[in-house]
Design a protein around this ligand. Structure first.
Ligand SMILES: [Fe+2]
Length: 414
């Protein structure tokens, strides 16, 4: 946590003391399975995984109503003390635990104050659970729907009136998972010829009796969306998409090799893409807006579900997997302006911070965590979101390194 104020920046770092962390620290070895690793002990220790997989609370840490919640791919979020980052405990937000599924990527609609979640129930027949909390924190709704394919989903789209799940053809071979033979990640297969399927549901489902709408489109793998919005009755969905996720799924994917200290291989970079779904259409267009090597898309979060012209994203050099630059994408002109931090400096996700003193979509700053591999130290760069290509206005230098992280969120001090 970087805390800006009173002429200085304070930095704080804590492990989330999940059950998994505490048990394994005590045991001095791995005890529990995660979404990417199995527990020691073979099939018996891993059969019926959804009851056994433990949260690492390691993907998103979302500030909400004076509290902070750390989410993982599976399991329940962990509440942290917003001031000290101390671990308070696991929470289902008051819902029955066996009806509650939360993925790491949830969305806050700044205009309505709603907090929208999706989560996948693993089983013989996969289901998506949708949970919404109102601005006052109360439960506004929970319902679930059968999925026509068992896609592994990390993020989704929320527009003003709809939610959209991008069921890309990265599917989980569920029997190997349920029988304890493989982890979720090792159960993934890419079936590009099947195309992507978009599952569309209205946000207002209070009347019940909802049948999801399905639309086909060209296959692309998605980790993260920029945003979704509506132009009349057309849905426009912006994301970073891969023609083939060979960095993650395949015989020796880079993202797993790198965890074993090996370089790994991949062929297909992430491009900035836009899906358009016309009213009544059964097939959507899926076009590349900017060709590049991108990941970690973000927008000004106040525009969630509303038309956004700009997006911000991390950018890697050709054939490199890790990112040296941040870029500002203009979805209207297709332009991409970027700042490269240098050969041995690696970037993470650009987090947009609104500037209350300016107006317009670029009126803010980007916060980017950097890792300088020559100095083995990390820092936080502050860039003007309207002039990304000019590079940092300021840097917060740390005296140590921070392992490269995934996502960041900003909130103004109360
Ligand atoms: Fe993510």
């Amino acid at each position: 946590m970087f805390r800006f104020g009173d002429g200085e920046v304070e930095y704080r770092v804590r492990f989330v003391r999940t059950d998994k962390f505490v048990d394994e620290e005590r045991a001095g070895k791995f005890v529990w399975s995660t979404f990417s690793t199995q527990a020691p002990g073979g099939v018996l220790a891993n059969v019926l995984p959804q009851r056994k997989i433990r949260s690492q609370a390691g993907i998103t840490a979302v500030p909400r109503r004076g509290r902070v919640f750390a989410f993982d791919e599976t399991g329940l979020p962990w509440e942290l003390d917003a001031d000290t980052l101390g671990t308070r405990g696991e929470t289902s937000f008051g819902l029955p635990r066996d009806l509650t599924f939360y993925a790491a990527h949830n969305k806050i609609d700044v205009e309505t104050g709603e907090w929208l979640h999706f989560g996948i129930e693993f089983g013989r027949r996969p289901r998506v659970h949708l949970t919404t909390f109102a601005a006052d924190g109360s439960l506004a709704g929970h319902d679930s729907y059968a999925l026509p394919r068992f896609s592994y989903l990390h993020d989704w789209f929320v527009t003003r009136r709809f939610v959209v799940l991008h069921l890309h053809p990265a599917t989980i071979e569920v029997w190997g998972l349920l029988l304890g033979l493989r982890s979720i990640v090792d159960s993934l297969r890419w079936n590009g010829a099947d195309g992507s399927l978009l599952m569309i549901l209205p946000r207002d489902r209070r009347g019940g009796g909802i049948t999801p709408r399905f639309v086909e489109t060209e296959a692309s793998f998605m980790w993260h969306s920029f945003n979704g919005h509506e132009e009349g009755d057309e849905l426009v969905l912006d994301f970073v998409g891969y023609e083939n996720p060979d960095h993650f799924i395949g015989p020796d994917p880079l993202t797993l090799a790198v965890m074993e200290g090996r370089p790994g291989q991949f062929e297909y970079p992430g491009s900035v893409r836009r899906i358009r779904i016309a009213p009544g259409a059964t097939r959507a267009t899926n076009e590349v807006v900017v060709v590049g090597n991108f990941e970690w898309p973000r927008i000004d979060d106040r525009l969630l579900g509303r038309r956004n012209r700009r997006g911000f994203v991390a950018s890697a050099r050709p054939r490199q997997f890790f990112w040296n630059a941040v870029a500002r994408i203009d979805f209207e002109s297709g332009s991409c302006l970027e700042y490269d931090f240098g050969d041995r400096v690696f970037t993470s996700e650009p987090v947009f911070v609104p500037d209350p003193g300016r107006t317009g979509e670029d009126a803010g700053w980007l916060l980017v965590e950097l890792y300088d591999s020559d100095r083995h130290k990390s820092s936080l760069a502050v860039l003007d979101a309207a002039r990304v290509e000019d590079g940092p206005l300021a840097r917060v230098l740390l005296e140590h390194h921070v392992p490269i992280s995934f996502h960041g969120y900003w909130k103004p001090r109360a």
